[in-house]
Structures are given as structure tokens and as C-alpha cells.
Design a protein around this ligand. Structure first.
Ligand SMILES: Nc1ncnc2c1ncn2[C@@H]1O[C@H](COP(=O)(O)OP(=O)(O)OP(=O)(O)O)[C@@H](O)[C@H]1O
Ligand SMILES: Nc1ncnc2c1ncn2[C@@H]1O[C@H](COP(=O)(O)OP(=O)(O)OP(=O)(O)O)[C@@H](O)[C@H]1O
Ligand SMILES: [Mg+2]
Ligand SMILES: [Mg+2]
Lengths: 162, 165, 162, 165
């Protein structure tokens, strides 16, 4: 069991370093370490994330967007080891700036060759990156309805129609 | 395990029978605040067997039933059905699709169905076990899971790694 | 002391109902109640928020954006009773849809006759609603710099310049 | 109490002397993730006397000092100065402006100044008392305060109402 865990841990750690660098930049460093390497099956897992030039003493010192990006990198690292048939993101892009949203959506596009992605969002650039959009609305108060949206037509009308 | 469709009826704000088709690699869900987007995510978790009220944003499980408005009365039944292609043959090959349903009646009775036939939650879990889908799998990546990773509540990071191992 | 508290409470409650209706709609109802009216100086405060047609049994049943809007309505209600010289919002608009962001910014514009507002945001429509923009960036890695941005010029360039 | 300017030096990511002018009713602050926007908000809280490490997103108060990068060494001093117009005459009328400064040296020594003259935090608090500004006033409405209201942690709702009363 220990071997199985350590094997998975090593692979996830490699993935994490790769994904983190593609979400941040190649000059950014990160690591995933066992707090107590002598008891791998019980110890906690520590995340080190150092965006370029910065020397944060803990995850807590990172900005809101940097934290979301770091956690997302770890989730993608797990995914790469054991791809789930589908992944759902509910407004995960809310704290991200435009450049990071673009990187995030590019990774999703890449992984969508193997899995389906369902992305709930308020962000226009994320909407432009998906393959199809379902609009959710309430014509009758308190009762939800859904209909597929033609995105090109949707860009002009704005969301107010929905 | 390609997704095909999700059908929601009487579940949270989805009073009426509603179907979404998942024919594309990346599907966006948009709409105003409070329109029901996260309720769709909840429906997927629920039909896959989620039991945690906290994860489903409920005070009690009965709150998944559409609870009525001034002009529409509440539902007696909440039903969600998630349909996949049987491309990994988790069912015998003469089945083209795998349909998982979960039902909850206002009386408190609940039911699971596999391709329309009543079964136990256990049967569904066994079926899904090696596919990487379960209501706690990291496949469901809401903003909340980002927090779990960052705060490492109850060793959530190590549990996620163990799940992937 | 009790009288002073009750007097403030009543005014805040009136404000809350007014502000809530302008952030939601006139058909939406809300209330602010003392959990135990017989001991006003110790009891907890309960918030009731019912967007049109809905009958949520607790705040917890509301959506992400509805919760933010409700809490913001309460903050504005306190503000109306005792206006602070300035207010700072740090990405409070992140969970809001376009229509609600517009309402939120309109309320800020209204109150800005009496106080200054500092609004940190990633949202384009919020950026269009403010009077001046300061762009924060890191030319040298890990070191922050600030410079005023000419917004009209900024709309065309996009944020990538920053 | 019209704001005039904020000067930040050696505080968190603001290694260099930086000044923002507040000449407009509504001021937007924008920029990429991690550029320093929330650090500006922290600087305003800090100079108004915030003592809570949690509110300032610190493990310890010493972490407000710029902690260096590969090419720039860490600061020995963190200093923030917030300047208002003296339009409510909280100082004698011959003062046009009110400048509040807070300094923290790497040695741990700290200082407060009013219009350049050393004073105690108590003096600054007394000065600000009736103006509605204090580091805990609801004037600082970060996303976190929205959560405080919703979760009502430690009766935060009643404390906010008491403060406004
Ligand atoms: N059992 C129920 N019956 C009827 N309505 C319900 C029920 N449970 C939740 N709702 C309502 O569903 C609404 C929509 O919730 P949901 O969280 O899906 O919104 P959303 O589209 O994700 O919005 P946001 O963009 O703000 O996150 C809420 O206003 C809530 O009151
Ligand atoms: N003492 C310090 N010395 C140097 N850098 C620091 C210090 N404290 C914090 N930082 C850095 O400041 C950076 C910016 O933080 P800040 O929270 O202001 O970003 P932000 O602009 O609000 O980003 P976001 O849009 O993601 O919220 C973080 O990357 C953090 O590592
Ligand atoms: Mg939602
Ligand atoms: Mg920030």
C-alpha cells in the first residue's frame, strides 16, 4: 500500500510541477512534499508555490487568484494520473484575471480530447472558449428552464435576453 | 464513459421536466444569479449518490424537492437521470447506454434505478467503481474543492491523492 | 443603550428592505429580525431574503450571487445610517452576473456623492463605471508598481499592456 | 474626511516608494493576479491600526515587511501614510490635511505618527473615533466581510449593527 501511494505521489508531484509552470510561467517554481516522509500513509501533504521572483512563506501569502491557480494545478495533476470521464467547474474562473482565464481554458481544451468538461461561468472569454452553451433562466419566477444558446447570436444580444 | 444526457424533474428549482444533452467536449452553462446553474451541478452529484447535505447545500435532504412558488405548488417527487454511452462496457455489450436514476418522494421513500430497473445504491457504486466517477471523486471541481485543497481540511489533500492512486 | 440599539436596528431594517429591493426587484421580499426580541442586547440577528417567487428556507439555499447581493444590501444599510468617509470593495463583484454588477455600480455611483469608493476588480463593466483607474503591475518580478490608467485608451489596448 | 493620498514603502510587495492620489469619487484598482491590489487594501487597514494577522493575511506581523526577491533584498522598514483633508476639523483648523503614518522596523520596533509627529495608536484612535473610520469599521468591505455577514461568525452581524448605532 505504501508503494502504491508513493508511486502515485511521485507521478502527481511531477504533473504538478509541469501544470503549475504552464498556468504560471516557466520561471515559477513549486513543489509537493510529504510533511513526514517516514510515515507516508498518514502524514499531511504540503504545497509549496513560488510565483516568479516571490518568496511567500506559505500558501496563505499568495493572492486570491494565485491560490485558485495553484489549487487548480493540483486538481489537474490528479486528473492526469487518473482521468475522470468528466469534470465540472462551477465559477472557478471568478477570481482569475483575463490572461489566467485564457490559460485555464486552454488547458481544458487540451484535456477535453479525453474527457468532457462542464464549465459554469459568468465570464465572456470562458464563454467564447467552450463548444456549446446552455443558458439557464427563469421565465416563471422560481422555476428554472434551460435552452441551448447560439453563441454567435448571443454575443450580440448580451446576456440580458437570458 | 461519454456523457449523453441529464434529465431533471422536481429537483430544487427545476420544477418542470428539463433535459440537457452533452454532445460536445466542452459544455458551458451560463445565466443570471439564482437561475439554477449550480442546481444542475448538484443534480449530477445527487444522482451519483451524494449523501452529504453540506455538499448539496441543504439543511436536510428533503430540501432537494422543488418547494413551490406563489403560482406553482411543490413537487411530490424529485427525479434525476444521468445517461452515459456504454463505451467502456461496464454493462453487457448489448446495452448501448447506461442510465442511472435517483428518486426521492416527499414521503421520504427513495429509489435508485439502472436502465429503468430498481436497484440499490450499492449496485450503482459497484458499477461506477473503476470508472473514476463517484460523487466524491475530484471530477466535481466546484470552487469549494479549491478551498478544500488550500485549507487542507481533514487532510483532504492526502485523501484526494489516495483516491487517484 | 437598548433604546439606542433598537432605534438603529429599526432604521437599518428599513434601509435593508429598500436597498434589497433596488438590488433585486420590487417583487422581492426580505426582512431583518431579532431572534429573541425580549433580549435585544444579546440576541442574534436573522436575515430573511426571498427573491421573487422563491421560498428559500434559509440564506443557505440562495445561490452564490444572491448571497453576495443580500450581504451587500445589509452593508449598504449600515452605511446609510452611518456613512463612512470611504468604502473599499475588493472583488465583491466576482460572483455577480452582468445585470447585478450594473445595479451594484449604480448604487456606488449614487452613494459616491457623499463618500469615496475604492473598487478592486477584474470586471470590464465595473471598470467602465469608475471615475479613475489605477493599474497595479509587476515590471520587476515580485515588486509592485502603480500608475494611473487613461481608461478610454485602456479599453482598446485591453489589460494585456498592464 | 476626503481622502487625498496613500503612500506605501517596504510594505508587502511594495518594495519601492509608491503613491496613489484619491482625487475622484469612485476609484478603480485593476491588474493581474498577484500584482498587489489586495496589498493596497491591506496597507490602508494597517495604517488605520489593524492588529489582526488574519485580517491582514499574515502568519505574523513581521510578514508585512517586503521580504525580498532574487534581485532585490528585503526591506528593513515598512511605512504607510494615509492623508485626508481636514475638512471636518478633527485637527485644529490651521491644519489643511491630516496625515496618519505607521512604521514597522525589522527589529520589531513600531511607530505611529500624526502629521509627521510621533504619537501613540491611542491618539490616532481617539482622532478617528467619531469619523466612522477605524480598521474594523464596515468601511472596509472585502469579500471576506460578505462571508462574515452570511455565516454570522461570533455574532458579527450584531457587532456591525452596534457599531453603526
Ligand atoms: N428545493 C428548492 N425548491 C425551489 N427552489 C430552490 C430549491 N432549492 C434551491 N432553490 C433555489 O434555486 C435558486 C438557484 O440556485 P443556484 O444556486 O442554482 O443558482 P446559480 O444559477 O448557480 O446562481 P449564481 O450565479 O448566483 O451562482 C436559488 O435561488 C434557490 O432559492
Ligand atoms: N511581505 C511580502 N514581501 C513581498 N511580497 C509579498 C509580501 N506579502 C505578500 N507578498 C506578495 O504580494 C503578492 C500580491 O498579493 P495581492 O494579494 O495584493 O495580489 P492581488 O493583486 O490582490 O491579486 P488577485 O487578483 O489574485 O487577488 C503575492 O504574490 C504575495 O506573495
Ligand atoms: Mg452558482
Ligand atoms: Mg486580491
Amino acid at each position: 500500500a505504501t508503494e502504491q501511494f508513493m508511486d502515485a505521489f511521485e507521478k502527481i508531484r511531477d504533473n504538478f510541477i509541469k501544470v503549475f509552470r504552464s498556468l504560471f510561467t516557466n520561471d515559477d517554481t513549486c513543489d509537493l512534499i510529504l510533511e513526514d516522509p517516514s510515515s507516508p500513509l498518514e502524514t499531511g501533504i504540503q504545497i509549496i508555490a513560488k510565483p516568479k521572483g516571490k518568496r511567500p512563506q506559505s500558501l496563505n501569502q499568495l493572492s486570491g487568484g494565485e491560490k485558485t491557480l495553484t489549487a487548480t494545478a493540483l486538481l489537474f495533476s490528479l486528473y492526469l494520473l487518473k482521468p475522470a470521464p468528466f469534470c465540472i467547474f462551477d465559477e472557478v474562473d471568478a477570481p482569475l484575471d483575463d490572461a489566467n482565464i485564457e490559460k485555464f481554458n486552454r488547458i481544458i481544451k487540451e484535456f477535453s480530447k479525453d474527457s468532457q468538461f462542464i464549465v459554469v461561468t459568468h465570464n465572456k472569454s470562458t464563454m467564447a472558449a467552450v463548444d456549446i452553451i446552455y443558458g439557464v433562466y427563469m421565465d416563471e419566477p422560481g422555476v428554472s428552464s434551460v435552452s441551448a444558446v447560439d453563441f454567435r447570436h448571443f454575443e450580440h444580444q448580451g446576456l440580458s435576453k437570458i | 464513459m461519454k456523457l449523453k444526457s441529464l434529465e431533471i424533474k422536481g429537483f430544487k428549482s427545476f420544477a418542470q421536466d428539463t433535459v440537457l444533452y452533452f454532445s460536445e467536449p466542452v459544455i458551458g452553462i451560463v445565466g443570471p444569479n439564482g437561475s439554477g446553474k449550480s442546481n444542475i451541478v448538484d443534480a449530477i452529484r445527487w444522482v451519483l449518490g451524494e449523501q452529504s447535505n453540506r455538499e448539496l447545500r441543504l439543511d436536510q435532504m428533503a430540501n432537494v424537492l422543488f418547494n413551490g412558488t406563489k403560482s406553482k405548488k411543490s413537487s411530490g417527487l424529485a427525479q434525476v437521470t444521468l445517461t452515459f454511452e456504454n463505451d467502456k462496457n461496464i454493462l453487457p455489450t448489448d446495452y448501448a447506454n447506461v442510465s442511472i436514476s435517483r428518486l426521492l418522494y416527499r414521503s421520504g421513500e427513495s429509489e435508485y434505478r439502472l436502465n429503468g430497473v430498481a436497484c440499490r445504491l450499492k449496485d450503482i457504486n459497484n458499477l461506477l467503481m473503476d470508472t473514476g466517477i463517484s460523487s466524491e471523486s475530484y471530477a466535481i471541481i466546484a470552487l469549494g474543492m479549491v478551498d478544500d485543497i488550500l485549507l487542507d481540511k481533514e487532510n483532504s489533500r492526502r485523501r484526494m491523492i489516495e483516491q487517484a492512486a
